[in-house]
Ligand binder design. Structure first.
Ligand SMILES: [Zn+2]
Length: 279
């Protein structure tokens, strides 16, 4: 990505200096406080990133990033967020309304959110109750080492996906689906969740379409982003974690579907192409 020298978003709340616990001295804390209270929308790495089992398997610590890498990731996040703001501002304006940007919270280890305590072991997530995206930059390391997703555009895809949940919130889709989920059983609720997640992937594709016009993306970036979408598919994660795949328990969608919806958003550049609820 051509992120060097570009303007960053001002909608960033940097809590990295506030501590929040890397967890080294408090055994088990990272694993125990994994779940947030209330609805939130994350990458869901609970299966593979440092969640101890009931047997009390040793916790993993949040990775320490090299200083230069962390500074670069901070810049990439700011530039990507700005690019999503440009994209959605233009899109909303074109359709006669105004985009209200999300705030991105950078934190280390754990932090308070309106959805409960956020932990970096969960991966990046969006909390609709405070309309903020939460991200621990060390997720970049997890992506690379545990998911095999490489590169700055892979990281940018995840940010654009979380911003996609914010757009769903602004459009009233999140609360509506959330309500529908209360009224049905687990399998149905999971199916709704998959549709939300695939739509957020499609919205991330719309951003990529715009970012390409903005000349932010380089030749291999699209492939990087698509590979990242593939790496967080439920079938891929389940296979990695438990050795078998249970489609009824999918909450985010298969690798093939996640890639397909991202590409659909990218090609169409239009939210009408992102009706994952239509079929
Ligand atoms: Zn999501």
């Amino acid at each position: 990505m051509r992120w060097q020298g570009r303007e960053e978003s001002s909608n960033i709340e940097d809590r990295r200096g506030q501590g929040g616990g890397r967890g080294g001295k408090t055994p088990g804390i990272i694993g125990i406080i994994v779940l947030l209270v209330g609805a939130y929308y994350g990458v869901d790495l609970s299966g593979i990133v440092g969640t101890p089992g009931l047997s009390g398997a040793p916790q993993q610590q949040t990775a320490q990033l090299d200083n230069q890498l962390e500074a670069d990731l901070r810049k990439i996040s700011g530039v990507t967020l700005k690019s999503t703001e440009n994209a959605w501002k233009a899109y909303f304006a074109k359709h006669g309304s105004q985009y209200k940007p999300t705030t991105m919270v950078l934190y280390r280890g754990g932090t308070r959110t309106a959805c409960g305590t956020g932990q970096s072991a969960m991966g990046p997530f969006y909390c609709p109750a405070d309309q903020k995206v939460y991200i621990d930059l060390s997720f970049y390391d997890d992506m690379r080492k545990k998911l095999g997703a490489q590169g700055d555009a892979a990281f940018a895809y995840v940010i654009a996906h979380e911003v996609g949940h914010h757009v769903q919130n602004l459009l009233g889709i999140l609360p509506k689906v959330n309500q529908a989920q209360q009224a049905v059983g687990q399998t149905q609720a999971n199916a709704h969740s998959v549709k939300l997640e695939l739509q957020a992937d499609c919205f991330a594709g719309i951003w990529a379409n715009y970012a390409q016009q903005e000349n932010l993306l380089e030749t291999d970036d699209l492939e990087e982003a698509i590979a990242a979408a593939e790496s967080v598919g439920d079938d891929r994660l389940q296979h990695r974690h438990q050795g078998h795949v249970v489609p009824d328990s999918f909450t985010h969608g298969s690798s093939a579907d996640r890639m397909a919806w991202f590409q659909r958003g990218f090609k169409g550049g239009d939210i009408n192409q992102c009706n994952t609820f239509g079929s």
